[in-house]
Design a protein around this ligand. Structure first.
Ligand SMILES: Nc1ncnc2c1ncn2[C@@H]1O[C@H](COP(=O)(O)OP(=O)(O)O)[C@@H](O)[C@H]1O
Ligand SMILES: [Mg+2]
Length: 227
């Protein structure tokens, strides 16, 4: 589903964010990407959804070499790659349902399909009763659920969450990871969770890839990591 083949990313200012990374993530996997601040986690995500291009090596997502996707095709490609951003990026003047629907409207989904899909994902994330509320009325955990609903409403093959529990208390973090695991199981979505929450990685055991200063330090199927 996601392959990094000898990927190096150097930004224009000369910072090398990732160095010779080789990773293969299969369809239906649930994977943590863990590492300290500045280790290259967000860069890894940006390479997957074509926000950035690799300086060398290849990134293959859903069978496509992402660097070769024409700019005009990028919005279509991104339908298949749902991203939950670090800071939810919800639209403040739209309701919960409208925030989720917006992700469909921008790609011309027929009106009659929109309501059914929005209903389905809001139920999946446990927010059916908040559909008409505005984001500012919601708790941090609820806002994160909206962001997740928005990311999965196009039925993406891959769901990527960048520090989805970064601003949440431990109980809420636990609920969010449980939700992501449910989406992985119920919908068959490949899930990549970026985190620096070592406790989460130990309590919810999943494959764990550890980055440090742009290098892949370990890749463990049973969770845990070595530094
Ligand atoms: N757009 C950018 N331009 C220049 N340097 C960047 C850019 N984005 C990230 N970096 C640098 O690349 C390194 C990795 O950053 P990042 O991928 O955001 O790490 P993480 O998400 O693990 O904190 C850091 O040194 C960061 O300062
Ligand atoms: Mg980051």
């Amino acid at each position: 589903m996601i392959q990094f083949e000898d990927v190096t990313k150097t930004y224009k200012n000369g910072v090398r964010a990732l160095t010779h990374i080789n990773i293969n993530i299969d369809e239906g996997e649930f994977v943590y990407l863990i590492g300290p601040t500045g280790s290259g986690k967000s860069t890894f995500i940006k390479l997957i959804n074509r926000e950035e291009k690799a300086t060398s090596g290849r990134v293959i997502v859903n069978g496509k070499d992402v660097a070769k996707i024409r700019n005009s095709r990028v919005p279509y490609f991104r339908r298949k790659v749902g991203v939950v951003f670090q800071n939810y990026r919800l639209l403040p003047r739209k309701t919960v349902a409208e925030n989720v629907a917006f992700a469909l409207e921008v790609i011309d989904t027929p009106k009659r399909h929109i309501d059914a899909k929005v209903k389905h994902v809001l139920k999946l994330v446990g927010l059916s009763d908040k559909a008409g509320d505005y984001p500012r009325l919601l708790s941090g955990g609820e806002q994160q659920r909206v962001a997740i609903a928005r990311a999965i409403v196009n039925s993406p093959a891959v769901l990527i969450a960048d520090e989805p529990t970064g601003n949440l208390d431990p109980d809420t973090s636990h609920e969010i990871i449980t939700l992501l695991e449910e989406i992985n199981r119920k919908e068959g979505t490949t899930v990549v969770v970026v985190t620096h929450d070592k406790e989460m990685v130990q309590t919810h055991v999943n494959r764990t890839i550890y980055l440090d200063a742009g290098d892949m330090i370990s890749d463990s199927l049973t969770g845990g990591y070595k530094k």
